[in-house]
Design a protein around this ligand. Structure first.
Ligand code: SAM
Length: 337
């Protein structure tokens, strides 16, 4: 004894000794190196390291307990990743030192080559799937995710600052799709019963403003809207030109109008059954009204038919208020009135 008393290890030194103990196994260091760049499963690690599962699992357990790796479950697999970002000062320094030594070994070179082929196999599994699934992917896609998910997702392209008018909102389906993505939805309908149902559907959406009113005299201020939507409603309106003109009044300069409705059809029974006033519209009618009223950038497209839909084919037509807003020209008879 030299007379000096040895002080007990501090927490910091104790933790470094634990870490040294974890990293004393070269195989653990090789595992850590492999897991630095990507997540791997136990069986992928076994293939790269050419070691039995029991050894790899035992070493992974030690690394996991020491906080050197993180794991997450993906279906029936468990994927591991190095937890380098979470290393504290001394552990970081220790790993930098050990890493440099391990990198210089030939085992690591070989690990890297085998890792490259394992990753290439992963890639080719997805490439093989797409090569063989090209002719059935559309079916697989809708079986897995349904027919409309892409359109629901594409709503995310809308400008978050927009105020959108859902004019003739009915029970509020369109408003509920739009509300999460825009600043405000002003939803207008003349039917109190429809508005009641819309109110229950939309109660959690605090940016939807439900207003009772008619399309021919909208309860919306001049230029209050960035976008006006007439979804499946124009065929109920005696004078569509008047309703389009009102939507234009409510739009800002440069604001956009969207009409979705039925193409011309022969289902006379809809007049009695649902009070339709127009049996759909021809492209020339819609373009004619838009252009007469001074709308710009008019576009008109048939909507691809939904295989489950029993109703007539639909179209979507869009146009824009001029950047310098013009008010719609009144009908000749309205001038004299
Ligand atoms: C066929 S529903 C369509 C509702 C909704 N846009 C949709 O896509 O489900 C037509 C709606 O327009 C409303 N409506 C019809 N004519 C209207 C008018 N002149 N003014 C205001 N709302 C009207 C009806 O009350 C009804 O709720």
């Amino acid at each position: 004894m030299n007379g000096l008393t040895q002080s007990p290890p501090t927490d910091r030194t104790a933790s470094v000794f634990d870490s040294m103990s974890t990293l004393r196994e070269p195989l653990r260091c090789r595992i850590l190196l492999l897991l630095e760049g990507q997540e791997l499963t136990v069986s992928e690690l076994c293939a790269v390291l050419q070691m039995p599962q029991s050894s790899v699992s035992r070493h992974l357990k030690a690394l996991d307990e020491g906080g050197w790796v993180v794991a997450r479950r993906e279906g029936t697999s468990r994927l591991y990743l190095a937890n380098a970002a979470a290393l504290s000062g001394p552990d970081r320094e220790l790993w930098a030192l050990v890493r440099e030594q391990v990198l210089a070994t030939t085992a690591v070179d070989q690990d890297r080559q085998r890792l490259a082929s394992i990753l290439a196999q992963r890639l080719s599994r997805s490439q093989e799937f797409f090569a063989s699934a090209a002719d059935r992917w559309s079916v697989v896609r809708s079986e897995l995710f349904g027919q409309r998910f892409d359109l629901e997702g594409l709503v995310g392209l809308l400008d978050a600052r927009w105020v959108v008018g859902d004019l003739g909102c009915g029970t509020g389906q369109t408003s509920s799709t739009l509300a999460p993505w825009v600043h405000r939805v002003i939803a207008v309908d003349e039917s109190e019963a429809m508005l009641d149902t819309a109110r229950s559907r939309l109660q959690a959406m605090l940016n939807v403003d439900l207003r009772r009113g008619r399309l021919e005299a909208l309860p919306v201020g001049d230029g209050e809207l960035d976008v006006a939507i007439l979804m499946l409603v124009l065929h109920h309106v005696a004078e569509p030109r008047l309703a389009i003109g009102e939507a234009m009044r409510a739009l800002k300069a440069g604001g956009r109008l969207l009409v979705v409705d039925m193409l011309s059809h022969q289902r006379e029974e809809y007049r009695q059954q649902m009070g339709h006033l127009w049996l759909g519209f021809a492209e020339t009618q819609i373009r004619g009204w838009f252009e007469e009223l001074g709308l710009k950038a008019v576009r008109f497209h048939p909507v691809p038919a939904d295989p489950d839909a029993a109703g007539p084919a639909l179209f979507a037509a869009s146009a824009r208020q001029p950047l310098k807003k013009v008010l719609p020209v009144p009908e000749p008879e309205a001038i004299g009135a």
